[in-house]
Design a protein around this ligand. Sequence first.
Ligand code: GRF
Length: 209
Amino acid sequence: MAKVRTAILISGGGSNMAALIAAARENDYPAEIVLVAASNPGAGGLGKAQAAGVRALPFDHKSFDREGLERAVNAELEKAGVELVCLAGWMRLLSPYFVDAWRNRMINIHPSLLPAYKGLHTHQRALDAGDKVHGCTVHYVRQEMDDGPIIAQAEVPVLPGDDAHILAARVLQAEHQLYPHALKLVASGRARVEGERVITDAPILLKPN
Ligand code: GRF
């Protein structure tokens, strides 16, 4: 079966990107990573993508307005025949132009158990609230930030002595298992959106190793 041509959009270190690229190397994985685009030329993930043999394109968000950046990225996505977009730490808000263009074909990972803690500083907020369980979510992208039908989530415990840094590292490890799992579900057609819900025969909650 043809693999789904997938792009990853990053702004930073790209550890989730690297996890997706590694997973997609498996013969039976249903997605192929054909392009990585970064919103700034200093994004550490660009070098990692190139080292893994994936085409990596730097964009400088300072040279564009929001939609201009998205139009430039979109032109490359179209040229590369991309069918599915994974946001992996893309730190720019998206305009309706881009969200509509990729509706139900763009997914994101967020470091909380949505709908809890949309936005930034999720780990500190979970600690401040005294949560015993925290985690991460992969969801389809909608206009509202960190909103949209949930594909899969992974839980991690909040342990005595955790600070935001320790907790972030534990969640990030779970992200690296969750995102390849969720992309596989979407690319294989095992997860799809109906109305504003994800229909899948896979469990929504992943227990990370
Ligand atoms: C991750 O925590 C992800 O959940 C969030 O941005 C971070 C990206 O980290 N959206 P990395 O660049 O994948 O290491």
